[in-house]
Design a protein around this ligand. Structure first.
Ligand code: UT7
Length: 331
């Protein structure tokens, strides 16, 4: 029987600095009332380089917690893969910095860029590598420092975003558990609903502007919202049907945390009551690739995941990209 990845450890971290909705009222023309009502977000975490909270630092901290829970030492890792759109540098990858910090000399390390879906894409790659036997122990991370690409004058986006990281450790299982499947989709035709405004795209004509212009994120929230609800609901059903499962069998849905209204609308379409949906968007906002592994870790540490529970992970983000993964939780 082909092996699949079983999640044997989870970990997460968020920066210490809390930025509340109230504080944002003095930065842009917004209100706690608007942000809470339209998004469900109350506060988010903002990282600081000086405090060692760059993307790879947070990824490393989350990984250490996951490795500790798994009882696995870094030198036995065969693969480190980080889903991120905000690596410390364009290259080398954040994963290589994590490898260095962990002293995981045997592993291959690389990043995956798939917008907010980066973690699920990374999970799928690692799971498939375990399935082929090419890899035994894998560390899969979602880590972002969105505050670095946030336009703090744009109220449409700056109130939504935050920083953080989450990680899972995978080991091979030949039991009917672990990551049963991951269904992934993308649609590049809709790239311009959410993208980084990046002066590098103008090289070499405007070399002189590169240093002075920041990169920041642009978003057409309204169109994205509708697309997110329909893509998430459809891919969730497809992923469950693939295993002959109904929405009733889902013990916990752990969705990407972009907007509480999106999460509620998807749960409603799937007929999954909100007490079987994990949300923490009120504390962290949208941390892109990091939302699912942070939520999964919190749910795990809160004791919400029991052996043989079906857990549904669903994601949606820039690209556009989206996907769903069905996990049968293991002891
Ligand atoms: O993670 C990857 C994918 N991301 C998403 O899927 C995000 C999807 N989109 C959303 O979550 C929502 O569309 C937003 C939260 C971004 C916006 O909520 P909305 O209910 O769709 O609001 P809207 O864009 O339709 O704007 C409604 C009004 C506008 O004012 P007018 O034109 O009606 O006068 C905006 O200018 O709300 C205004 N507005 C704000 N007001 C106060 C927009 N942002 C703010 C703000 N504070 N921060």
């Amino acid at each position: 029987m082909m092996a699949r990845g079983r999640i044997v450890g989870t970990g997460s971290t968020t920066p210490r600095r809390i930025l509340t909705n109230k504080e944002l009222e003095s930065i842009v023309d917004t209100s706690d009332e608007w942000i809470t009502r339209r998004t469900g977000i109350k506060e988010r975490r903002i990282s600081s380089n000086g405090r060692g909270e760059n993307t790879s630092d947070m990824a490393t901290t989350a990984s250490l917690k996951a490795l500790q829970m798994a009882g696995i030492s870094p030198e036995t890792l065969d693969m480190i893969v980080v889903g991120t759109v905000t690596p410390d540098r364009q290259f080398p990858s954040a994963a290589c910095f994590v490898q260095k910090a962990l002293d995981a000399g045997k592993a291959m390390a690389f990043d995956v860029s798939a917008g907010c879906s980066g973690f699920l894409y990374a999970l799928s790659i690692a799971n498939n590598a375990i399935g082929t036997g090419n890899c035994k122990n894998a560390l899969v991370i979602g880590a972002e420092r969105l505050s670095g690409i946030t336009n703090w004058e744009d109220r449409n986006t700056c109130v939504l975003l935050g920083d953080g990281a989450g990680a899972v450790v995978l080991t091979p299982s030949t039991e009917p558990d672990g990551i049963l499947s991951t269904h992934l989709r993308s649609d590049g035709n809709l790239w311009d609903l959410l993208y980084s405004f990046d002066e590098r795209s103008k090289i070499p004509d405007f070399l002189d502007t590169i240093e002075t212009k920041p990169f920041f994120l642009k978003m057409e929230g309204n169109r994205l919202f509708k697309k997110a609800v329909s893509c998430l609901a459809k891919i969730a059903v497809r992923a469950l049907e693939y295993h002959g499962l109904s929405c009733d069998s889902v013990k916990l849905m752990v969705p990407h945390q972009a907007n509480l209204r999106i999460i509620r609308a998807v749960a409603e379409r799937l007929d999954i009551p909100m007490d079987r949906v994990y949300t923490n968007i009120e504390k962290y906002g949208n941390t892109s690739s990091a939302t699912i592994p942070i939520a999964l870790d919190e749910a795990n540490r809160e004791g919400l995941l029991k052996p043989d529970d079906y857990v549904l992970l669903v994601t949606f983000g820039a690209g556009l990209t989206w996907g769903a993964s069905v996990v049968r939780w293991s002891p």
